[in-house]
Every structure is written in C-alpha cells, then in structure tokens.
Design a protein around this ligand. Structure first.
Ligand SMILES: [Zn+2]
Length: 152
C-alpha cells in the first residue's frame, strides 16, 4: 500500500528484527494517519535532498522496539519516526547537516544524527520534543550532544 508517492506501508513497517524473531510488526490501524504524516515528512526530505531516501526503521511495535534496544518512549512505537539514510546524497552526517537548518520548513519535529556501534543514520520524527533544545541533537556511543556534530 502506497502512503505517499515514494513511500509504502511495507517500507515503513519492515523490520529484519521482527522477521528474525518472529515478532508481529503490523501497524495498528489507529496509527495510520500518523504514519502518513511521517511519510509526508519523508517526501519533503526527499525533495530537499534531491535523491531517494531509504528507511532503515519506521514503525516498531512495542516488542520489536524492545528487541532492537529502543527507548520505551520511542517515537517509532507511535508511528512518528523513521530512521533514514540517503547514500546518493552523502553520509548520515552530511544528510543531517543539510536538514538541520530546515527542520521547521520540512515538518521535522526532531532530527537526530545517530552514530552507534559503528552504524550511522538519521532519525527524523514529526513530534517536537518536550525540551526545545533536544530538537536537533547528535547521539553517539559517548552520549548526547546538542546540534549536529561530526561523528568520530
Ligand atoms: Zn530512530
């Protein structure tokens, strides 16, 4: 099922972890409007970057979120968030750097550059965090920093 022109329900609910562990990652129907909003944010990001955007993790059921070590309050469990890469544009750092000044324009509530355990990706959520300072942050194995910081 197509959520927007370039993003499908299958792509935004796919989970290798769920497949490996036999966990259900079906989107509850009541979260569909939120996932469509998330897909619309991804369309805006794709237009801005001018290249295809790959979703590495979108919606996660509570069980899947626990299995991947996500925080309990994760926006992924509410259909607000997606982890993305855009290799056609550049590294996760370059993608985050390009999006950071445009969060309001693109409908990004929170932008996180994540570099954890040797993997790098950009987390985007339609939900604005309670603390405005957390809107654009970088998370690495060393901890959390404000703004988009070069990854080690
Ligand atoms: Zn994420």
């Amino acid at each position: 099922m197509q959520l927007t022109q370039h993003f499908t329900l299958a792509e935004l609910t796919a989970s290798n972890k769920a497949r490996q562990l036999g966990l259900d990652n079906t989107l509850p129907p009541e979260l569909m409007p939120r996932l469509v909003l998330t897909a619309e944010m991804l369309e805006a990001i794709r237009r801005q970057l001018g290249v295809p955007v790959t979703v590495t993790s979108g919606y996660r059921s509570r069980d899947v979120n626990k299995a991947v070590g996500g925080v309990t309050s994760s926006d992924h469990t509410q259909g607000h968030a997606a982890d993305i890469v855009a290799p056609g544009y550049g590294s996760a750092y370059q993608v985050a750097k390009a999006l950071a000044p445009l969060v309001s324009v693109l409908g990004i509530g929170q932008l996180i550059l994540e570099g954890v355990k040797g993997k790098q990706w950009v987390h985007v959520s339609t939900r604005v965090p309670d603390k405005p300072a957390n809107r654009v942050i970088t998370i690495t194995d060393a901890g959390t920093q404000l703004g988009i910081q070069e990854l080690p």
